[in-house]
Design a binder for this molecule. Structure first.
Ligand SMILES: [Zn+2]
Length: 481
């Protein structure tokens, strides 16, 4: 199997045109990586997000569009532009992305994370995968659409793009990596027209995963909710020479152990479809295992073992989390000195809930796990809440995604998936826009793409970008045409 340049059976754009737009996508990606838009905001680059927004504004303006940059907070800019359709096709289509990145301590990188080196067929740098590569691809699609307007003698800022029956929105926001308060959530509340659409594509899905020799394209249609809690544990202060049973550090340790126990399996409708579609594509042995998981025929431990035997540990960890509510105790604080028994401790637990699980359910589960012996010593504080979201894995837009992937990679299998993490799809859900994680990259079987997110040596292959460009273009053309 190879990921060399794919034929573009469905698109009418000639190959030399794609080659030129591809060069421009790569150039844009490298420019974007070189602007460190780190979140939480790095004091050395306090306006990194606005600088990326301004860069994109300049690029879109040079194409003849009229983009807008808005800063809910100084330095934290987001950018938006609109391509016009003739209005006969209904609500707009949204290209949704975020322009911030997580920090990248350079010590273990083989390339400077903000130099955007091209080496071994990859573009290296923080954000290459999450998600400046997609921004660059979207700008490439816009560049092509604008080119077609100009070839037809139209002004892309004012006139409809030939063949588009809906508007295409480009919205690229700040602050996804730290809660979206100054990004997507702000726009949902204050500028909903930036997010309102019949459908949107966003990050976290659509790229290929090779399992059992088959190339699967899980498209994100759902994501879990998050609800972190801080548990204040009390005990009694005392002298370390005379141990106490009510040492708060010991209690915290017991609580951590109880919280960390893997919970029961619950297969949501989306994951049932995921498992059944994967089973239909995979060899008989693997298929049988997937069907047993889908049927709920295995206990939690057996399910986890079956998953471990099925795929790479990187994907196994993700799949286990897609099949249950999870609790991960990630912070423990206690103690002031070795000979002082602590009377207070703190445990913070990151809880992720499936669609159908409520915050009340999870709160009750945390209490149950702490147990009646330790619960009286605890006060539980909720730190945040993000609801699970789901978009329909059916209907015209879903069909467009599946058909377009199939046309560009006939051996690939598209299937709906829920991601265990959170994205700006939570904010687009507030305004009612169905949102799909769809970064259409065909990857080498050995590519460890999931590890590139927030990882060391984050990088994206030129072939992946080359494949994705006409796919995304065709999605836009087909859904909006
Ligand atoms: Zn991201």
């Amino acid at each position: 199997m190879t990921t060399s340049s794919a034929p573009t059976p469905s698109s009418a754009v000639p190959e030399p045109v794609w080659a030129s737009v591809h060069d421009s996508v790569v150039a844009a990606l490298r420019d974007l990586i070189r602007i460190p838009s780190i979140n939480p905001v790095d004091p050395s680059v306090p306006d990194g997000e606005t600088r990326v927004a301004r860069y994109l504004e300049g690029r879109l303006r040079a194409l003849g569009l009229e983009p807008e940059v808005v800063e809910p907070v100084p330095g934290r800019g987001s950018v938006h532009a609109r391509l016009r359709g003739d209005g006969s096709g209904g609500d707009p289509f949204l290209l949704m992305s975020h322009l911030d990145v997580v920090p990248a301590p350079p010590e273990r990188w083989s390339h400077d994370p903000f130099a955007a080196d091209v080496a071994d067929g990859y573009v290296y740098g923080r954000g290459a995968v999450d998600m400046k590569g997609m921004i660059a691809l979207e700008v490439g699609v816009i560049e092509r659409l604008v080119g077609e307007a100009r070839e037809a003698g139209r002004d892309p800022a004012r006139d409809p793009i030939p063949g588009l029956r809906r508007d295409v929105l480009f919205t690229c926001v700040a602050d996804e990596e730290a809660g979206s308060t100054d990004g997507a959530r702000w726009f949902a509340a204050n500028r909903p027209e930036w997010l309102l659409a019949a459908a949107a594509v966003n990050e976290c899905g659509g790229f290929s995963v090779t399992v059992g020799g088959r190339r699967l394209y899980p498209i994100q249609v759902a994501e879990k909710g998050f609800v972190p809690y801080r548990i204040h544990v009390s005990g009694t202060w005392g002298h370390g020479s005379m141990p106490r049973d009510d040492n708060a550090a010991v209690r915290a340790a017991q609580i951590v152990e109880r919280l960390a126990e893997p919970g029961p399996i619950r297969v949501t409708p989306v994951m049932t479809r995921f498992l059944e579609a994967a089973a239909a594509a995979l060899p008989r042995d693997a298929a049988a295992v997937l069907r047993r998981i889908a049927d709920g025929g295995l206990d939690p431990a057996a399910t986890d073992r079956a998953i471990d035997g099925l795929c790479d540990p990187m994907y196994a960890r993700a799949l286990r989390a897609m099949l249950r509510d999870t609790l991960s105790p990630n912070v423990i604080e206690a103690g002031v000195k070795y000979n002082v028994i602590p009377g207070d401790a703190i445990v913070e637990v990151d809880c992720r809930i499936l669609p159908g699980t409520t915050e009340r359910d999870m709160f009750a589960e945390v209490e149950r796990r702490i147990g009646p012996d330790l619960l009286p010593a605890c006060r539980i504080e909720r730190l945040a809440l993000g609801e699970p979201v789901e978009s329909p894995a059916e209907g015209p837009f879903w069909d467009t995604l599946v058909a377009t992937l199939r046309d560009h990679d006939p051996a690939g299998v598209a299937l709906p998936m829920m991601v265990p993490a959170a994205t700006d799809a939570k904010a687009t859900a507030i305004v009612g826009t169905p949102t799909y994680g769809f970064s259409p990259f065909r990857l080498e079987p050995e590519e460890r793409f999931l590890e590139r997110f927030h990882g060391v040596d984050e990088r994206i292959s030129l072939d992946a970008l080359r494949f994705g460009l006409p796919v995304l273009y065709d999605v836009v053309r087909r859904f909006c045409g």
